[in-house]
Design a protein around this ligand. Structure first.
Ligand code: NAP
Length: 253
């Protein structure tokens, strides 16, 4: 449905969940995909499965909290597939879920290192290459938590608000230079993260019936849709996959 032939995509947090689904969808539509995450064995396996089904994929272990790792992953795209056209800043964590008064400051900061600095690191590492080319798409995986508040999620809500700010700032800097920077707020998705949220029992999201979560594959399709010209309408803002019109345009309903 979407033509991404010849494009090179880097997906962070591609070892499971939304990142894995995004990598598989991007490859299905013709993109050459580099999967990045800390779990090297999982991304190697998924990349091999994509290759076995006719796609092009490679894996590189990467902790997005470490800029050198992210720069290495971008260089891996260039060395392996000749460039970088699409970056999916997907890697993210929500644990440890805890109220502020009992939260561990070091663990709280770790979420910021991954969810905020990780997104910045990705944008920082691809920007010179995309600016030189005058083209490229950056999709930052956002959340309703970017604009909402929930008990026990101060680390997550703060981090996603900051990531949305990065989407907006990057669009300001690159929007007139051929780069498309968009956010994607998926709604609740059936991944390990929702399993962890349910186990916490802390706020209304943990009480949701798992049947209401959308499949990660829907988000994978939405990522591909945003990497086409359809994404132009969401430059510098979060696109919500809760929106029925968006779901129809993506083709998942
Ligand atoms: P998930 O199943 O827990 O997967 C998280 C992914 O992030 C894993 O592949 C993990 O891989 C990777 N990751 C975590 N820390 C990393 C690090 N330091 N460096 C590199 N990779 C790292 O969660 P998910 O639901 O797919 O979440 C993906 C994104 O969607 C996150 O940004 C999340 O905030 C967002 N989101 C999820 C939902 C939902 O309902 N599930 C809703 C809104 C937004 P390794 O552990 O192998 O590194």
């Amino acid at each position: 449905m979407f033509d991404l032939n010849g494009q090179v995509a880097l997906v962070t947090g591609a070892s499971r969940g939304i990142g894995e689904a995004g990598a598989r969808s991007l490859a299905k539509y013709g993109a050459k995909v580099v999967l990045a995450a800390r779990s090297g064995g999982d991304i190697e396996r998924i990349a091999a499965e994509i290759r076995d089904s006719g796609g092009q994929a490679s894996a590189v272990s990467c902790d997005v909290a470490d800029y050198a790792d992210v720069a290495k992953a971008v260089q891996h795209c260039i060395d392996t597939f000749g460039g970088i056209d699409i970056l999916v800043n997907n890697a993210g964590v929500i644990e440890p879920i805890s109220r502020i008064e009992t939260s561990d400051p070091k663990a709280w900061g770790n979420v910021i290192d991954i969810n905020v600095k990780g997104v910045y690191h990705g944008i920082r590492a691809v920007a010179p290459h995309m600016l030189e080319k005058g083209a490229g798409t950056i999709v930052n995986i956002s959340s309703g938590a970017a604009v909402g508040a929930l008990e026990g999620w101060s680390q997550y809500c703060s981090s996603k608000a900051a990531a949305l700010s990065l989407t907006r700032c990057a669009d300001k800097e690159f929007g007139d230079k051929g780069l498309r920077v968009v956010g994607l707020s998926p709604g609740t998705v059936a991944t390990q993260m929702q399993v962890d949220i349910k186990a916490s029992g802390i706020n209304p999201v943990s009480q949701l019936d798992p049947a209401v979560h959308i499949p990660a594959e829907w988000v994978g399709e939405a990522i591909c849709w945003l990497a086409t010209d359809a994404g132009d309408a969401y430059r510098g803002v979060d696109c919500s996959l809760r929106d029925e019109d968006v779901r129809k345009s993506v083709g998942v309903i």
